[in-house]
Ligand binder design. Structure first.
Ligand code: KG4
Ligand code: ZN
Length: 343
């Protein structure tokens, strides 16, 4: 089966073509095209929704065109169209959803609405050389700019939300703290690379609700603690050394909380697989420390992390989620839903 995926929930304009073979274990990417308006948002220090949507209107058709060209398939070979319907920015979602509805009607192809959060989880079902078959039960940590959620997956049909952030998402914490440190948006990858130059956790920032008896997260207290520290230093101006040390301590605090809660969920539900997804899972320090902790705690669990470019928003993950949860909906009924969440 060949699926064309479309993703426009935030600032990316993405289209991809995937092929699902009969084994139904993993899917293959035939093309994966992403245009981003990030340079515009870097200038403003964050995403301005209307700017993002206007760029998406300009680029979506050329991006779909390129995805088809790169797949070397004509539109006639497409079996279905998958589109992100939420959660996300309403203007951005509408661009993708209305385009997908139109193509479904004109090309007479089935349309499958996809929850963006499921997309991040299903990025793990895209084949690469190192990842094998995913066995259930699986715990999934979706950790991005908008979300920090722990989910239990018993099979493709049974997915249960265990907990999530009660304030800022982990990626949002990276980005907001980056702003305090005068780093460009998005700050997550920059904080990671700056942290690589440090090795002592000088500040030992708070790890909010790390020991709470649930699977919720909170990062706004961490942001306030960093703000207080930055205000103290500001009189003498932040030096490169301060930025390096604060970055490292911030990353450590975020990673510690994510790992402690995630492994608690793995133990509680006897998970055999642990899946990461979302922009923050591109963070190598998170992966390494997680692998180390799995070993330390002698957990028999296989860790899956998508390839770096599949951790952040893309359309291949949307097409993959559609394949494993193939529910066709008439184009007249498919709607953007910015508030969509886990069921
Ligand atoms: O999944 P994504 O592309 O978009 C959302 O759905 O939010 O995630 C973007 C987020 C941003 O907050 C960015 O700072 C963060 O992921 N991010 C990282 C890294 N790469 C991206 N955070 C920490 N370390 C990274 N290497
Ligand atoms: Zn995302």
């Amino acid at each position: 089966m060949i699926i064309l995926g479309i993703e426009t929930s935030c600032d990316e304009t993405a289209a991809a073509v995937i092929e699902a073979k009969k084994d139904k274990i993993k899917v293959d990417i035939l093309s994966n095209v992403i245009a981003t308006s990030m340079s515009l948002h870097t200038k403003t220090g964050g995403i301005i929704p209307e700017v993002a949507a206007r760029e998406q209107i300009k680029y979506l058709i050329p991006v779909i065109d390129e995805a088809l060209k790169k797949s070397k398939l004509s539109k006639d070979k497409i079996d279905a169209i998958a589109v992100t319907v939420g959660p996300g920015l309403i203007g951005s979602l509408l661009v993708g959803v209305e385009t997908a509805r139109t193509l479904s009607y004109i090309w007479q192809k089935p349309l499958i609405p996809v929850n963006h959060l499921y997309g991040h989880i299903y990025a793990n079902w895209i084949r690469n050389q190192s990842n094998g078959e995913i066995k259930f039960p699986a715990i999934c940590l979706v950790v991005s700019g908008g979300h920090t959620d722990l989910v239990l997956m018993l099979n493709h049909e049974k997915i249960k939300w265990l907990g999530g952030t009660i304030d800022d998402a982990a990626g949002e914490a990276f980005d907001k703290i980056g702003r305090l440190l005068n780093l460009p948006y998005p700050a997550g990858p920059i904080i990671e690379s700056i942290s690589n130059k440090a090795n002592v956790d000088i500040y030992d920032f708070p790890r909010p609700i790390i020991n709470s008896n649930n699977f919720d997260f909170s990062f706004s207290g961490l942001k306030s603690a960093v703000m207080r520290e930055v205000e103290k230093i500001k009189h003498n101006n932040l030096s490169e050394n301060d930025i390096k040390n604060i970055s490292f301590s911030t990353q450590n605090a975020i990673i510690d909380v994510l790992i402690q809660k995630t492994l608690k969920a793995c133990r509680r539900y006897n998970a055999t697989s642990l899946l990461l997804g979302g922009g923050v899972s591109a963070n190598q320090a998170l992966r390494k420390k997680l692998e180390l902790e799995i070993g330390n705690q002698k957990l028999e669990i296989a860790l899956f992390v998508p390839e770096k470019q599949l951790c952040t928003d893309n359309a291949a993950m949307i097409a993959t989620a559609a394949f494993f949860n193939y529910e066709e909906v008439s184009w007249q009924k498919v709607e953007a839903n910015p508030e969509l969440y886990f069921d």
